[in-house]
Ligand binder design. Structure first.
Ligand code: SR1
Ligand code: MG
Length: 417
């Protein structure tokens, strides 16, 4: 697996709707998937994220989703950017799809000259954030995402594979530096000091921002999380696992948009998902809805842990034990090592969850969840509560040793609502 050639045979051009039709028509297996003639296809734009153009094309037999990188950030054309992010998304899908075929989409086509990625379209699916903002919570998604994180990370880690295969993949994804830079800056650095990209509308948040920036415990934890993100290549991460990267029908759930894929600590993917559940929780007005969120956090973590440990156990039972890195057969040593490994993921999850809440509230790319609260004082109270929860999560004046401790801290901050 290598990075894309820089020398291109045909120059890159940004597609419009007709361009999308022409590209698909030129690819017989994809044209056959849509059926009918190109003139019968319906093509429309569904770009939703910050970075790329996304289209759906549908014919009488089926549909595909086409994503093309732009030479800049889609929502900020002045922010120039190389095109290679679709290469990394295609490479991510090729690496994890065999392990999670029921929970993501297959890469049907990747064009390294036009930086086009084509996957099956998801009909009947809604973006999880959009569904939650409309009060449709789909609790089953939490277990499915837990399963996804466990299966995709275990399979790409040293626990499952010989180090040579893992390192080859690490070499490939180590080149995803443009998007890794975005994460390091936007998630793990900028919110903690003055930066023109930071913003927040409500001046009542300013004292909390100041408190985050002057707390030595917060600063120390952020430094250590940034180092963990860059120096702990446990597994291939999705890298941007927020609720906008998840599409669901309520029963069928697919994780999309793996362009931020990189090797890193497993708790990063887990933390981003839980952080976004918590943002949604604080934006939810009714107690019943809040209770569903709490259940989802618990279910996510339980299902992740159960599946990860089951995969680990299966690996130990496999006939070929030659590449086992935790090869001890002593049960109590095994159990101790495993619980330490899971405990580290939990600590990372708590930390990265807090950084996600903070950056989505005061950094560059805010989440839409709070926009459902039209009463400004209510919105402010809830954003403050979310930020203060995140601050406590980072400071850990009382150590968060378990999910029960984490949920207790969450209850405490919910009681301020
Ligand atoms: C400039 S990109 C801003 C954010 O959008 C993506 O979805 C990532 O979350 C990134 O941090
Ligand atoms: Mg995205």
């Amino acid at each position: 697996m290598t990075t894309p050639e820089l020398q291109q045979a045909s120059p890159y051009t940004t597609l419009d709707l007709e361009g999308v039709r022409t590209v698909i028509a030129s690819l017989p297996p994809l044209a056959a998937r849509l059926g009918g003639t190109p003139a019968e296809w319906r093509v429309w734009e569904v770009s939703d994220g910050n970075l790329n153009m996304v289209f759906v094309a549908e014919g009488p037999e089926g549909g595909v989703c086409l994503k093309q990188a732009l030479p800049h950030v889609r929502v900020d054309p002045a922010w120039k950017m190389p095109l290679d992010r679709t290469f990394f998304e295609a490479a991510y899908l090729r690496a994890v799809f065999p392990h999670v075929p029921d929970l993501t989409t297959e890469c049907l086509h990747f064009d390294p000259e036009q930086f086009i990625l084509i996957v099956p379209s998801l009909s009947g699916h809604t973006v999880m954030r959009t569904a939650m903002m409309a009060g449709h919570y789909h609790p089953a998604v939490a277990a499915q995402v837990g399963d996804f994180v466990a299966r995709s990370t275990f399979a790409t880690s040293l626990l499952a594979e010989p180090f040579e295969r893992v390192m080859d993949r690490r070499i490939c994804f180590a080149r995803n530096q443009t998007l890794t830079r975005i994460t390091v800056d936007l998630v793990l650095t900028d919110p903690y000091h003055d930066h023109p990209r930071n913003h927040w509308a409500d001046p009542q948040l300013t004292p909390i921002v100041a408190a985050l920036r002057t707390s030595p415990a917060v600063q120390a934890r952020i430094d250590s999380l940034r180092l963990r993100f860059l120096c702990t290549p446990q597994a291939l991460l999705h890298g941007d696992l927020h609720t906008g990267s998840i599409m669901t029908t309520g029963t069928d759930t697919r994780i999309i948009d793996g362009e931020f894929a990189t090797y890193g600590p497993i708790g990063f993917d887990a933390g981003l998902f839980v952080g976004n559940l918590i943002l949604s929780l604080f934006a939810t007005f009714d107690r019943a809805g809040q209770a569903v969120h709490l259940d989802m956090i618990q279910t996510f973590w339980t299902s992740f842990k159960k599946r990860f440990l089951a995969l680990w156990q299966e690996r130990e039972w496999a006939e070929d034990r030659s590449t086992l890195y935790y090869a001890t057969t002593d049960k109590s040593t095994q159990n101790f090592e495993k619980s330490l490994f899971i405990q580290n993921i939990f600590q990372d999850m708590a930390g990265f969850c807090a950084t996600e809440i903070i950056r989505r509230s005061i950094g560059y790319a805010h989440v839409a969840d709070f926009s459902v609260l039209t009463d400004q004082p209510t919105r402010t109270t809830r954003q403050k509560a979310a930020l203060l929860f995140a601050k406590d999560c980072l400071e850990q004046k009382k150590p968060l040793k378990s999910l029960a401790d984490f949920l207790e801290l969450l209850y405490l901050h919910m009681s301020a609502l």
